[in-house]
Ligand binder design. Sequence first.
Ligand SMILES: Nc1ncnc2c1ncn2[C@@H]1O[C@H](COP(=O)(O)OP(=O)(O)OP(=O)(O)O)[C@@H](O)[C@H]1O
Ligand SMILES: [Mg+2]
Length: 646
Amino acid sequence: MDDSGLLCCEVNVEWLNKQGILNRKLSSKKASLRILRGNTQQIFIEISVEKVAPVKLSFSKDTQVHNKFMKDGKSSIRFPSENATVFISNAPPEKLRGFLKTIFIKMTNGKALPKVSTTLRNQVLLHKPSQYEDISPVTDGEIIKAVRKANGKSTDTTPSPLAGRKRKIERSSTDKAPAAKKLYSELPLQEHTLDDEQMNILNACLSGQNIFFTGSAGTGKSFLLKKIIGALPPDVTVATASTGVAACHIGGITLHQFAGIGGGDARIERCIELASKPPIVTIWRKCKHLIIDEISMVDGTYFQKIEEVARKIRKNDKPFGGIQLILCGDFFQLPPVAKQVPGEKKFSGSRFCFQTEAWNTCRLITFELQNVHRQTDKRFISILNRIRLGKVDEDVTNTLKETAKQNIEGDGILATRLCSHTKDADIINETKLKALEGQSKIFEAEDLIPGTTKQLDNQTPVPGRLELKIGAQVMLLKNVNVSAGLVNGARGVVKDFRNGLPLVQFKNKKEYLAQREQWIVKTAGGASLTRKQIPLKLAWAFSIHKSQGLTLDCVEMSLGRVFEAGQAYVALSRAQSLEGLRVHDFKSSQVWANPEVISFYKTLDQMRIIPLGVNRNATNKVNIKSRPVKKSFKKLMMEKPIVTIQ
Ligand SMILES: Nc1ncnc2c1ncn2[C@@H]1O[C@H](COP(=O)(O)OP(=O)(O)OP(=O)(O)O)[C@@H](O)[C@H]1O
Ligand SMILES: [Mg+2]
């Protein structure tokens, strides 16, 4: 049964007397709230806490619901007729959202709609023979639709009566329940829903076990991670990622910021000392669920160190001091940035997290997502899956070579070039902007707290200083209108400046007068830093490293200078379709997978923990190739040569 009428959270209820003085109080860190319907159809909220009889407060037309901090798991509901206020905190944000939506629907439905007959209601909802009935967020309109569908009558063919009624509801709900109307309009837009495999992983995460989920690029790992974050209590959940941009994508902080041990290069005793300082220590102790996105880029030695720090700081011998770990990433994508210990020539420590003892002691339950959502073309998905494993056959080579001739530009929007080196991307953007005629317009970001610019530069995708001209190639950095296709990653060109703001035309021909948008990032201490800026960035070129996690609709690349295993795969898998991709001078030697990653995924497959493609697709024919690897890696690589499976 739908449980959106049920919420587990921290609660404070305050009753005031007529003079506004606190009369009675109820507080609990572990309360459960239910929305119920009484025999007289009256809607109640029932608050149950241990050792106290449940409290019931009844909704009326003057009930006020405050949802401004819903994303942080906080809300308050005021019942003026009973002089009481319910303060909700530490509620899983997604659950809270569903709970408040149920209240909204019941508040407006009850007043604005003609009643649906009990028979109809019982056909759809479970009837409870008790004095109170659990309620669901189903509207009367939805009940009618569901019953008609069950009876084989399509509701689509009878639009007028329902549509007319819906309009009436909207009007009358504005008249009769303004608070509820406001609440509903402020609820975030529902985007896609989780598919079955994503849902399984969400449930596994909610069961409290340590989880690692992987999957090829575009299988919705980050998308799912956001839903997982939304389903966990925010006060005890820390969402992190290995890079600032990835952290911003899931509304979290970098793992380095959270852990508070700098780069982790110091000896373990010093690392523990560093993490024992406030406010870092408080967060380490409070944390019950640690989420890490883009785990492939977390250095193994660092991962091992924070595991020990966690045990010592929390004075708990369980792995990670008893914190639940939720790890997500694809080790076939970018590896950790190579680290060289000062004074030592050798690359130091474990390269990947999965090679550490800490990884083994955590006993992670592993899943692999199989459904690719970024691309829809089955042929392109199959090509990308082969590239992920370093398998480049004739079909892959020919298909990618053919893209070199494609004209993917349209309406003045040029393809974004992905570069293997960050410097190259910066130079391209600077030179192209300079070459445009016309006046530059500079947009300086408004960083609300002085001195936070560097951190915001690192943690948000949006530049502190944005220089634009008419004709500048740009990328949108926010979902400003999902249904119009104005989404994060959409490519456009600056057509004009109106009232000092850039007018951008996108690939789908939609125009958008860019307004300042807001980015809020968290500090390790839990404070919020805010940057306001035009949600655009120059897009003639990006580095492949900066493009990790992105979805791009018009992209070109030359992979001649790639230097990491998985780098070509990351670049190619940013494209949404073969039609929106152009690869120059493609050669099979530009694609290779790390042999240690291949072995790791094979062990997972052998353990039958997850179904994987490595064993099934790889043949025994293995070509050993020498790669243009980074100097600091060379010694390591001499022992274990990089291979390409063909
Ligand atoms: N269940 C879903 N239904 C529809 N679209 C989805 C679903 N899950 C993810 N998507 C969409 O698929 C695209 C890719 O998702 P996402 O960026 O989360 O993939 P990822 O696995 O993290 O990729 P990468 O490995 O490149 O970081 C996004 O546009 C996302 O909104
Ligand atoms: Mg991702």
